[in-house]
Design a protein around this ligand. Structure first.
Ligand code: CA2
Length: 149
């Protein structure tokens, strides 16, 4: 299986570290990317790291990953709670998918308690801050090594 992992980030995550640190912490998205690359390097994985505010762009990257990658780590941000289109794109993938949320969505507003993406995710990480991304990289490496979904 491919050892390339797509790390995809949804809307507004480009603001990470610049607004609302009480909820999302002080790390920027560039810091998160560096963390992911470090974790991936230790596990002999390659990373494609992307963020977009546009649903169609995230879907296009999922289609690209379907052809090239061995797994996806995704923080779909607000699209988590709204996007059947992202769920459909992920459902067309035959490799492991890990869903990440920086905040503990279950301690927040009830509209954040439902996730379309969880229907297809091998696992979900929420409330571990930006550390959740490196935990997700470690988990996806294990799933790729075991050739599991
Ligand atoms: O906790 C998470 O990672 C979320 O996916 C973040 C989303 C939110 O809609 C989900 O319910 C939970 C929001 C991302 C917005 O990120 C910002 C970061 C800094 C400042 C403003 C927004």
């Amino acid at each position: 299986m491919s050892r390339l992992v797509y790390v995809l980030n949804g809307p507004n995550l480009n603001l990470l570290g610049k607004r609302q640190p009480a909820i999302y912490g002080y790390e920027t998205l560039a810091d998160v990317e560096a963390d992911c690359r470090r974790a991936a390097g230790e596990l002999k994985l390659e990373i494609e790291f992307h963020q977009s505010n546009a649903e169609h762009q995230i879907i296009d990257w999922i289609h690209e990953a379907r052809e090239r990658a061995g797994g996806i780590v995704i923080n779909p941000a607000a699209f988590t709670h709204t996007s059947v289109a992202i769920l459909d794109a992920l459902n067309a993938c035959e490799f492991p998918i890990i869903e990440v949320h920086i905040s503990n969505v279950h301690r927040r507003e009830s509209f954040r308690h439902h996730s379309y993406v969880s229907l297809v995710a091998s696992g979900v990480i929420a409330g571990f801050g930006t550390q959740g991304y490196t935990l997700a990289i470690q988990r996806i490496a294990r799933l790729i090594d075991e050739d599991q979904r």
